[in-house]
Design a protein around this ligand. Structure first.
Ligand code: ZN
Ligand code: FE
Ligand code: FE
Ligand code: FE
Length: 163
């Protein structure tokens, strides 16, 4: 990787892989969530994630490249952590832990899309810049929804001793 154009393409493949991996991982998280609002938020974001894959297809097309994923070790690690929580935690504590794991994923995505969007801009890929900005906004909104759930219900419920 010697040019920013190559770094851009590589990172686009990385996040494409990550979004695909999330379309497989999020149903498990939704199923494991006990809190109805958390479950609903994860299911909603699964719908958005599938939409994001389609937007990324358009990003590849806009730079005349075939959509292609390349293994993203970071998302594999984050998903592995969430899988571990689902094995080890239970009850309301599992909800709080899963919510935290989901926020780690959103923060990862926010970092990636922020970088990609700005690289698109300096590379003169205006359409890609706009499309990546759309996804970035979805990730930020998803993170904000999760923060809202954490501070209004999930954390408090988890802090109470089981009866
Ligand atoms: Zn990579
Ligand atoms: Fe995403
Ligand atoms: Fe990655
Ligand atoms: Fe996301």
């Amino acid at each position: 990787m010697k040019t920013l154009a190559e770094a851009f393409e590589h990172t686009l493949q990385d996040i494409y892989y990550a979004e695909m991996a999330l379309t497989k991982a999020l149903p498990k998280v939704a199923a494991a969530a006990g809190n109805a609002k958390l479950k609903q938020a994860v299911e909603h974001h699964l719908t958005e994630t599938k939409e994001q894959v389609k937007i990324l297809d358009k990003v590849f097309k806009s730079i005349n490249k075939q959509p292609k994923g390349e293994k993203c070790d970071a998302i594999e690690g984050l998903i592995k952590e969430a899988d571990g929580l689902m094995e080890e935690a239970s009850g309301k504590a599992l909800d709080a832990a899963l919510l935290g794991a989901a926020q780690a994923v959103e923060h990862y995505e926010i970092a990636r899309y922020g970088t990609l969007r700005e690289w698109a801009k300096v590379l003169g890929h205006d359409e890609a810049h706009d499309l990546l900005g759309q996804i970035l906004d979805m990730e930020k909104a998803a993170n904000a929804t999760l923060t809202g759930l954490a501070v209004t219900v999930v954390n408090e419920a988890a802090s109470k001793k089981a009866a």
